[in-house]
Design a protein around this ligand. Structure first.
Ligand code: CP
Ligand code: NVA
Length: 289
């Protein structure tokens, strides 16, 4: 089974990951030899801090041998095709995590591999992030009926979050400028161009950068289009009394988020970053265990 999108899991799979994630967080030594002798490639065409380090450590803590692969070393898609890379790596690895620009590259690579391929972020989705996000929400608010407000770009993080929140019984509200809404989300999502409407009474307020990796050329234009979509203390004050603030990080302080919002007493962004480690262990155990 691949994990290219949150939709690959189904409700039962998602619940299993949340249960496993909580279990390994409570007892990090659990399963320390569960995947002994197995290898995972961690392939990056873009920068990473959290994903790279947490996935590497998660694999080691389950007894695996991770190997980081940077695109400069391999020439994925230029030196050889995704299909040829996939067929070769399939002879060496038990799993392959990939961070790519174009989601189609993930699909092409996975199409020729027996080993599971895990999306470590593409232009379409960031499903591993969404598992950590929902795990963090569950630590603070009951998931059933939770109201999650995403303010900003309808990007990879937003799409995966929406799928995971809906699959776990919550409701999504998304506030984006016109032209930046996420497309093709199933189910009922409240879409608005008014951040205050999305945040009013919400249990979770979430934002992400206005220009994702690969969109650096649009950064200036986006700063203008998104100027009303910064999450600051005033906007957050409209959320429910026990609401939490989340951000997948890295953050651009002073742009999508105010300078001090990450340090707000209701911010859980560093728990969320920590949960990338526990939830990736759950993902590995689910796919390979
Ligand atoms: N949140 C996240 O995926 O961070 P990195 O880009 O640093 O991996
Ligand atoms: N939307 C951001 C998320 C980074 C973790 C990006 O794709 O760059």
């Amino acid at each position: 089974m691949n994990f290219l999108t949150v939709s690959d899991l189904g409700e039962v799979g998602l619940q299993r990951l949340l249960d496993l994630g909580a279990k390994v967080k409570a007892d990090p030594g659990l399963y320390r030899t569960a995947l002994a002798g197995k290898s995972i490639g961690l392939f990056f065409m873009k920068q990473s801090l959290r994903t790279w380090v947490s996935c590497d450590i998660a694999a080691i803590q389950l007894g695996m041998h991770p190997i980081s692969i940077r695109n400069e070393q391999t020439g994925f898609g230029t030196r050889e095709t995704p299909e040829d890379v996939g067929q070769v790596l399939d002879r060496y690895l038990d799993a392959l995590g990939m961070r790519v620009f174009d989601h189609a590259d993930l699909v092409r690579t996975a199409s020729v591999m027996r080993a599971p391929v895990i999306n470590l972020l593409s232009d379409l989705e960031h499903p591993c992030q969404a598992i950590a996000d929902v795990m963090t929400i569950a630590e603070n608010v009951p998931l059933g009926g939770v109201n999650v407000a995403f303010v900003g770009d309808g990007n990879n993080v937003c799409r995966s979050l929406a799928l995971a929140v809906q699959s776990s019984g919550g409701r999504m509200r998304i506030a984006s400028p016109s032209g930046y809404e996420p497309h093709g989300l199933p189910g009922e999502v409240l879409m608005t161009s008014d951040p205050r409407e999305a945040v009013a009474g919400a249990d979770v307020v979430y934002t992400d950068v206005w220009a994702s990796m690969g969109q650096e050329d649009e950064a200036e234009l986006r700063r203008r289009h998104f100027a009303r979509f910064r999450v600051d203390e005033d906007l957050f004050a409209l959320a429910g009394d026990d609401a939490i603030f989340l951000h997948c990080l890295p953050a651009h302080r002073g742009e999508e988020v105010s300078e001090s919002m990450l340090e707000h007493p209701r911010s859980r962004v560093f728990d969320q970053a920590e949960n990338r480690l526990h939830s990736f262990k759950a993902i590995l155990l689910h796919l390979l265990g």
